[in-house]
Ligand binder design. Sequence first.
Ligand code: BGC
Length: 339
Amino acid sequence: MITKKLFDQYDGKDIYAYTISDGIEVTVCTLGATVLAIKVPNSSDEMTDVVLGMTNARDVIEKGDYMGAVVGRCANRIANGRFTLNGVEYFLAQNNGNAHLHGGIVGFNQKVFDASVDGNALTLTAISPDGEEGYSGNLTLTVRYTVHDSTLKIEYFAQSDKDTLFNPTNHAYFNLNGENDGSILDNYLQLNASHYLQIDKDLIPTTRCPVDGTPFDFRTLKPIGRDIGQDDPQLDIAGGYDHNFCLTAHHAALAYSPKTDIVMNVFTDMKGVQLYTGNFLSGNVGKSKYGKRSGFCLETQFYPNAINRDDCDKPILKAGEKFYSRTLFSFLCKKLNIG
Ligand code: BGC
């Protein structure tokens, strides 16, 4: 079932919030195709809202730290905002030090999407014009959110009329204890990744390193907070986890809260996932007050700065070609044996 409500107004336009229900209740608004809430049944037979979110359009844009939004054209950082494609050097907006981050100053997270509904699927479409933020090509993005049997499927469809880069993701911050809990350090996490990308002081990935024997080893389920305080130069740079993990399976991650017994499984066709533990959060706005480490993100994507790397697929979208990618967030309530 899908219901529709007026959420707010932005840029002279009405912004609607749609709630899609089938086991879980997912609320998405047309500004930034932003996920505002995901309510999941917990072990007390109540609903727990497991994502951080804002309550009005202005805060979504100005104070939301991309919470729940679709980001792009290119998620994550591109070093110095520069890359070369077909022998042409492109200069993107530098909105994070020297780097280009999450699509630049006006990314898809700030666009008002057109919406249509079909059964339990909400389809949202927006356009990024040729040259926006320095990217080539008129690019049309369609994001389809489908909820079925407690699973949220996010599908990305895109097309451009010139060769360009494209690497979208969703930037939801999760706390399986509930969005108002304040800390994700006792959420458990398992990642199917035996390597991660180290970062330089500007948080640009450098070397691909084995997780073995490091705080980045999430191959077996452990609390996010178990190793986050270790004396490790990589954790120091980012103030916690803010790193890309190199996935070895479509089943990217499992997260679990012993407080609610909510389990989340993440599946994706992407090769990378950015684990970000909300190290820079300091907001006083939103459904609750969100401080440092009150949410964690699992942003599925091509490796960050992939266009400037030689060891991975590059997010090049050729003129006229159809881009497709999907990520699923699947929920259940089950007590796990965490030893
Ligand atoms: C990045 C963080 C950044 C945050 C912005 C994350 O995807 O990895 O470094 O601060 O987005 O909200």
